[in-house]
Design a protein around this ligand. Structure first.
Ligand code: NAP
Ligand code: HSE
Length: 429
């Protein structure tokens, strides 16, 4: 039986999972492909590190050219992370006519178009299923399963670390720093976890989804991003009291041909299916004009779930090899990118403010909102014991982001307002 040689860049959380899946499922994979898979070389940073997977020491190297310049290696699997140096390795691999699989959303969000064009020029495949939502086959669903439809909205929980943190904070009141450490120990978080908690990781994934779903050249800079590090216990308490769950939600929405893409902590109605996505699980809601609503759900991070997506890309490459069609997928977006301005982005908002406990204070606030035509759907007012301020929590009816941000700027300097404590988008009613 013929054997296909693979070079693995990285043997950490995901790399170890890839080795395990290829080993544990070798009979099934050989049956599917008519050939066996041989991991010929593995690139690491530190050769002396203890690994939680058994691999012949002679296969481990710290010299990338032993993989990317080896003519016997057919496919490079990149699970080392990083951007600039990793891009150079993959460009060199593609010029050397090697197919590439990567889990690296940081790289794809920044250099995806360039890498895909280079792959095509060299008649190579470049697949990146694991880069968005770990074990959920969301990319293949957009590119193949829903290709005949016109996608109008994608809304998702696409970062496992932040969903894990928010679940533990909401359910058990666990402190933020303690659950972040747990997520790191479990291998969900990025090497620099600030990209998880500040929403950057999710923004990269939403840029990739929007690019595929809307066939436009969406960049990371096009995504409005807010992270979860400022969320307080009080915010979670009031969200739940009003019937919502706090989630980090990515939204990519198209009206006519203009789009908005964002990642921000969002209050989701407790009735919405995404509100029940717990721990490191991810889910993406996709709205298509013809299909209606579909939801893709599964583990969004972790060693084996992510590795299944990588090995499925490897299988797709090998099937293409049999058919002689590698590097033939279209890489040029169909539409010119058109981003909505803030006046065209509509949502409901949650606002928590401390207001001086004096006659007419609330009337001043309602007047400011009504002058802009923004009305309230829910209001909660509670005295704060031991303080001469009251806590007011408001959920607005849908209004433009422009109006809401302008109201906020005025509120910050309003004499009756002691402090604007927090604001969040609201979704899912
Ligand atoms: P990780 O545990 O930190 O592993 C990274 C591996 O790459 C390590 O084996 C490391 O070597 C090696 N490496 C890093 N920089 C290197 C360099 N400059 N030269 C040679 N080797 C280098 O990371 P991970 O969690 O597996 O993530 C890998 C990639 O998958 C990232 O792009 C990440 O965003 C993506 N991803 C991760 C998950 C997840 O759940 N973890 C899910 C989806 C996608 P040493 O072992 O010697 O340090
Ligand atoms: N750090 C990422 C997450 C890994 O938590 O979702 C999966 O991409």
């Amino acid at each position: 039986m013929k054997s296909i040689s693979v070079g693995l860049l990285g043997l950490g959380t995901v790399g170890s999972g890839v080795v395990k899946i290829i080993k544990n499922h070798q009979d099934k994979l050989a049956h599917e492909l008519g050939c066996s898979i041989n991991i010929k070389k593995v690139l690491v940073k530190d050769e002396s590190k203890q690994r939680d997977v058994s691999i012949d020491n002679s296969k481990i190297t710290t010299r990338a050219n032993e993989l990317i310049d080896d003519p016997e290696i057919d496919v490079i699997i990149e699970v080392m992370g990083g951007i600039e140096q990793t891009k150079n390795y993959l460009m060199q691999a593609l010029h050397n006519k090697k197919h590439v699989v990567t889990a690296n959303k940081d790289l794809i969000a920044v250099y995806g178009s360039e890498l895909l064009a280079t792959a095509r020029e060299n008649e190579c495949d470049l697949f990146y299923e694991a880069s968005v939502a770990g074990g959920i086959p969301i990319i293949r669903s957009l590119v193949d399963g829903l290709v005949s439809d016109r996608i109008t909205k994608m809304m998702g929980i696409v970062n496992g670390t932040t969903n894990f943190i928010l679940t533990k904070m909401s359910k058990f009141g666990s402190p933020y720093s303690q659950v972040l450490k747990q997520a790191q120990d479990l291998g969900f978080a990025e090497t620099d976890p600030s990209s998880d908690v500040e929403g950057i990781d999710a923004a990269r994934k939403m840029a990739i989804l929007a690019r595929l779903g809307f066939s436009m050249n969406v960049d990371l800079q096009d995504v409005r991003v807010k992270g979860i590090s400022h969320i307080t216990e009080d915010d979670i308490y009031y969200s739940q009291k009003l019937g919502y769950e706090m989630k980090l939600i990515g939204v990519a929405k198209r009206d006519q041909e203009s789009i908005e893409v964002s990642v921000e902590p969002t209050l989701l109605s407790q009735d919405h299916p995404l509100a029940n996505v717990q721990d490191e699980y991810n889910a993406v809601y996709v709205y298509g004009e013809a299909v209606g609503e579909t939801m893709f759900y599964g583990p969004g991070a972790g060693s084996l779930p992510t590795a299944t997506a990588i090995v499925s890309d490897l299988v797709a490459i090998l099937k293409n090899l049999h058919l002689g069609v590698n590097g033939k997928s279209s890489v040029v977006p169909q539409h010119e990118k058109q981003l909505k301005n803030r006046g065209d982005i509509f949502a409901q908002y949650f606002l928590r403010i401390h207001v001086k406990d004096q006659v007419g204070a609330f009337a001043h606030i309602t007047e400011l909102f009504s002058k802009r035509g923004v009305s309230f759907e829910k209001i909660l007012q509670l005295p704060l014991e031991g303080h001469d301020v009251a806590e007011i929590v408001i959920i607005t009816h849908p209004c433009s982001l422009k109006d809401f941000e302008e109201i906020l700027e005025i509120l910050k300097f309003y004499p009756v307002v002691d402090e604007v404590k927090s604001t969040y988008r609201v979704e899912g009613l």
